[in-house]
Design a protein around this ligand. Structure first.
Ligand code: SAH
Length: 243
């Protein structure tokens, strides 16, 4: 999903910030960086600040207008240092990341960042379906550009990891069928009776407890076969003793 998330920097003034953004992105497994009318790029300062993330700088796409950078994007979110008064729906960083990832599962999405001095213009905000604001100190809410990218990239990374582990948990392991479990319970019941461990009159509660135990364990076929083997061995020994 993260491959479909494009970070777009508009009109960046300091090349060092572009490098620091590349580093912040690579730390969080993001790869797609686009630059719209950067003041200075490429630059040795950007490469130095990228500190090993210069592959992202080398792959970065440079555009002379925002529309070209947004081509094919399904969802565009603008990062704003100020809480804007009206018109744009606002989201907080966590839900923003979730929404971007959801759309990124179907295609390209973009997160826009503004200029160091003046942020995003109203025309640029018009291109955004949502604005995201990092809830910083209301009296000092403007983060350094690369640090804002870091916070929002981190949210994307955490949500992506959570989504992946949730879908792994949903993948059910290969467990024995209900029918196979019933055959095992019958074998267990017979064995307990035959070995004198319990008799059917007193064992309803016990059987239910044992059912709960084995159903909770969710054995697979191989494990059930081992259990059948143990029961058969116990019955065999019992009948050997009788004979
Ligand atoms: N002085 C500018 C802020 C520029 S900071 C202004 O008042 O708008 C550069 C960019 O970093 C911003 O355009 C925004 O994209 C991002 N940014 C900085 N602080 C942020 C915050 N608290 N929440 C979301 N984005 C932020």
């Amino acid at each position: 999903m993260l491959n479909n998330v494009q970070i777009i920097l508009i009109g960046t003034t300091h090349p060092g910030n572009i490098g620091a953004v590349a580093r912040a992105m690579k730390n969080m497994c993001l790869e797609r960086l686009s630059l719209v009318r950067p003041k200075i790029f490429p630059s040795a300062e950007a490469t130095a600040r990228a500190s090993g993330a210069d592959d992202l700088l080398a792959q970065a796409q440079v555009f002379d207008d925002l529309d070209k950078a947004l081509d094919g994007c399904r969802l565009v979110v603008g990062a704003s240092a100020r809480r804007r008064s009206v018109s744009w729906p606002q989201v907080t960083p966590g839900p923003c990341a979730q929404m971007l990832l959801q759309e990124a599962s179907k295609g390209k999405v973009a997160l826009l960042f503004g200029r160091e001095s003046s942020g995003l213009s109203n025309e640029e905000l018009d291109r955004c379906q949502y604005l995201v604001h990092i809830p910083a100190n209301p009296d000092y809410s403007s983060l350094n550009l690369s640090q804002a990218v870091q916070v929002l990239s981190y949210e994307l990374r955490v949500r992506d990891l959570e989504n992946n582990s949730a879908s792994e948990q949903l993948e059910l392991p290969e467990v024995a069928t209900a029918e196979a479990m019933e055959r095992f319970f019958e074998h267990l019941r017979q064995t307990m009776e035959e070995t004198g461990f319990s008799n059917s009159n007193q064992s309803e509660k016990l059987n239910r407890r044992l059912r709960r135990l084995f159903l909770r364990a969710r054995p697979d076929d191989v494990e059930l076969n081992i259990l059948h083997g143990i029961l058969s061995a116990a019955r065999g020994r019992k009948s050997m003793r009788r004979s």
